[in-house]
Ligand binder design. Structure first.
Ligand SMILES: NC(=O)c1ccc[n+]([C@@H]2O[C@H](COP(=O)([O-])OP(=O)(O)OC[C@H]3O[C@@H](n4cnc5c(N)ncnc54)[C@H](OP(=O)(O)O)[C@@H]3O)[C@@H](O)[C@H]2O)c1
Length: 297
């Protein structure tokens, strides 16, 4: 597909990752992107996905649609499974029928968090919560059905759009003098824009006629706790808010969280030649954009 015009269908196009892909379309003038989201395209509706695939004549589908309410999934598992497992299966069947590549995004929450070194793609998943189990089931359906797929597991996604840790910290940092944040959950933040760039770069590296069957890990480089992440945001924004490290037992949540979910990215770097920014550098860059947006509004 190198240098060849291609139509790309993006599902979940209004979410954080979908929006970040939308912001990068200018870098790929040869491709025609079609962005869909609820209510016009529900990935659990075979008829809607079939119609969108047919009308866009897409060579690749990027699935950014997901049920992402990690805590709420514990009390409404049927919705989480319907979207994350059954929706993934619908996309896989439609990609198969159209002969399209399916690029699908999954999560570090497929791991139980008991490791003490970064998770590789061959480590055994063992999701502790409904969200992670539903995402793992989605991965399995795609691997069973889709003749050509790339599954990209990521972690701690943030952007300036939607609900995420960065936006929560920007709000609370401006309001509060003190904030308690857990220090015993360790992972890596991932800027949605960086992940969007990585996915598009992978698609541009796809070779015509080749069938792909790959699972890859992608996050920004480096390791931190949520406490470190919050502290970095406060410092970079010069908020006077003091961040205090607390144990997870002091911040109970309905869904269990992995204590350690750092992803090993050697495979994606080797196979796709990606250069991945460090989480702190890309956060600083994101906050410069945030500052510029605030100054111009
Ligand atoms: N956020 C994270 O920290 C994180 C971490 C690791 C992996 N991931 C994975 O990364 C991917 C992108 O996440 P994100 O943060 O961009 O999620 P997001 O902001 O929640 O966006 C998901 C989008 O999918 C839409 N959607 C929900 N159900 C749908 C359905 N049945 N059919 C079509 N669209 C539907 C949502 O619409 P509504 O808003 O109207 O529901 C939303 O626009 C997901 O696969 C997620 O599992 C996320």
């Amino acid at each position: 597909m190198n240098g060849i015009k291609m139509n790309i269908l993006v599902t979940g196009g209004n979410g954080q990752l979908g929006t970040s892909i939308r912001e990068r379309t200018g870098s790929h003038p040869d491709w025609r992107f079609s962005f869909y989201d609820l209510p016009e395209l529900d990935i659990t509706s075979e008829a809607q996905v079939e119609a969108a695939v047919r009308s866009t004549e897409c060579g690749a589908i990027i699935n950014c649609a997901a049920y992402t309410e990690v805590d709420r999934a514990e009390s409404e598992p049927e919705i989480a499974y319907r979207v994350n497992r059954d929706g993934a299966a619908v996309l896989a069947r439609c990609a198969k029928a159209a002969g399209a590549l399916l690029a699908h995004v999954s999560t570090d929450y497929v791991f139980n968090g008991s490791a003490c070194r970064p998770y590789t793609e061959t480590d055994l998943p063992d999701p502790p919560g409904v969200y992670g189990r539903s995402k793992l089931e989605g991965e399995l359906r795609i691997r069973e059905i889709a003749p050509s797929y790339l599954i990209i597991r990521t972690s701690w996604l943030y952007s300036l759009h939607g609900r995420n840790f960065l936006n929560t910290m920007l709000r609370l940092g401006a309001e509060r003098e003190r904030l308690d944040v857990v220090f015993d959950q360790v992972g890596t933040p991932t800027r949605a824009s960086d992940l969007a760039g990585a996915i598009l770069s992978m698609i541009s590296g796809v070779k015509p006629g080749v069938k792909y069957a790959g699972i890859y890990h992608y996050s920004n480089e480096g390791v931190c706790s949520w406490y470190d992440f919050a502290t970095a945001i406060m410092r970079l924004k010069s908020f006077p808010c003091m961040v205090r490290p607390i144990e997870s037992s002091g911040y109970p949540t309905p869904a269990p969280r992995p204590a350690y979910s750092v992803l090993n990215k050697e495979a994606i770097k080797t196979d796709w030649g990606l250069d991945i920014p460090h989480w702190y550098d890309t956060l600083a860059d994101q906050l410069t954009t945030h500052q510029a947006n605030q100054s111009s509004s």
